[in-house]
Design a protein around this ligand. Structure first.
Ligand code: SR1
Ligand code: MG
Length: 417
């Protein structure tokens, strides 16, 4: 067993220079390798390694939370879950995740395809770029990974073994359980919000009994409903894009949880991008960007729902809602009724997850660049307040909301305030 050692730009060529997966891809002449550490996430080291024949990404987990420091230890095994999630996502929606070239469990290293000229979707949205493919690619990714990783599709033994494998991703689930569902709603130590202008609404939200009850209901669902293999951290910082291609990265939070979680987290990040646009107007009017973002949310949900329904009709080979059960007496409509109910329950829960995600990115530990890069504090507070209000509405009133159009109309009203 080798002792874990964090890589750096000098040691990487020495330590990985004889690794055939790497040398095959970028060339053997380690002396000419150019290594840059580019990680700007909350947890890991990420290196771009350029050789004479090509480039790769080398990602290494650190034994602590990078954002906070060594005072918050975090196990290296998250790299093992990330590796296994990438393998499963590649099978379930081919082409949507980077190719994995090599994995070293003890050193918590994943070597993967370098995506270029891709950029992080969050950055593209802050810059005002309208990507034509993301709604379709992400809607399909959600439906395919969530459906195909569930008891609707998987062979039951394989699924139960997989649930056991991912069940050990306890510490990353613990981060989400605290940071998303509890900390924003009381004065937890790690919380911060960036302007005193928010103090009033923050106090209101923390005194809001209905909201806190809903947040705990959602936490219960997150912790207890092992429905499918989730990405677990599917925000716009976990997606890389060009106008022609979309790739989903960073599934280290993967575990078996409720389908609605990935959907809700992703849509929340588009609504936050929407409210942040007025803070980025120095480079020009963002009206068409705002329209684009609301359309993306509509389209992601529509594509997700249609693809989920297609898979339901064609790939329902698991232990749930077996076709034979409904066809026995010629009642083919029974399966369609069940599909409607399953989609309705994903809809209601995903709205709740979207609501708490919007809150935690403004009130909790881990914020997002959409708001953080707005230099003017008053402007930033106005943008964040709108997102907080929409988040509250989604979390508390989710059972009474019928369409994305209805939510987008409220977002537009808030934007006018
Ligand atoms: C301590 S980790 C904070 C956040 O960063 C990750 O990207 C997850 O979103 C997590 O909640
Ligand atoms: Mg991440």
């Amino acid at each position: 067993m080798s002792v874990f050692e964090a890589l750096n730009a000098e040691t990487l060529p020495v330590r990985l220079g004889s690794n055939q997966a790497l040398t095959d891809r970028i060339g053997e002449d380690t002396g000419s390798w150019k290594v840059r550490e580019v990680g700007d996430g909350n947890l890991n080291l990420v290196f771009i390694v350029e050789g004479s024949r090509g480039s790769v990404i080398v990602k290494q987990a650190l034994p602590y939370v990078r954002l906070v420091g060594e005072s918050w230890p975090l196990p290296l095994k998250r790299s093992y879950f990330e590796y296994h999630a990438l393998v499963r996502q590649a099978e379930r929606d081919p082409g949507m995740v980077p190719d994995v070239l090599f994995f070293d469990r003890e050193q918590a290293i994943i070597v993967m395809e370098f995506l270029t000229p891709h950029i992080i979707l969050r950055r593209a949205l802050i810059e005002g770029q309208q990507l034509p493919r993301i709604a379709s690619d992400l809607g399909l990714f959600l439906a395919r990974t969530l459906f195909r990783g569930s008891d609707l599709a998987m062979e039951t033994r394989k699924r139960k073994e997989d649930v056991a494998l991912f069940a050990d991703n306890v510490e990353l689930c613990d981060i989400t359980e605290n940071l998303v569902f509890s900390d924003p709603y009381y004065e937890a130590k790690l919380n911060h919000h960036t302007t005193p202008q928010l103090d009033g609404i923050v106090a209101e939200l923390r005194a809001d009994r209905d909201l806190k009850v809903e947040a705990q209901r959602l936490k219960h669902l997150f912790a207890a409903n092992a429905e499918t293999l989730l990405h677990g951290d599917l925000h716009t910082g976990s997606v890389m894009v060009t106008p022609q291609e979309t790739k989903v990265i960073d599934p280290e939070f993967a575990f078996y949880g409720p389908m609605a979680f990935d959907v809700g987290m992703l849509l929340a990040n588009f609504w936050m991008a929407y409210f942040s646009q007025s803070g980025h107007e120095k480079d020009g009017d963002r009206e068409s960007m705002r329209e684009y973002l609301l359309d993306v949310v509509i389209d992601i949900w529509d594509v997700f729902r249609d693809e989920f329904a297609r898979l339901w009709r064609n790939e329902r080979k698991g232990i749930l809602y077996q076709a034979a059960l409904f066809e026995d007496r010629g009642d083919s409509l029974g399966a369609e009724q069940a599909l409607d109910e399953v989609l309705q329950s994903i809809w209601v829960d995903m709205l709740g997850f979207a609501g708490v995600e919007m809150h935690r990115r403004i009130l909790g530990l881990a914020h997002n660049a959409d708001f953080e890069t707005i230099a003017d504090a008053d402007q930033r507070a106005r943008c964040e307040t709108k997102a907080l209000k929409l988040g509250r509405h989604l979390a508390v009133n989710r059972r009474k909301i019928h369409s994305v159009a209805e939510i987008n109309a409220l977002a537009e009203r808030l934007e006018q305030e």
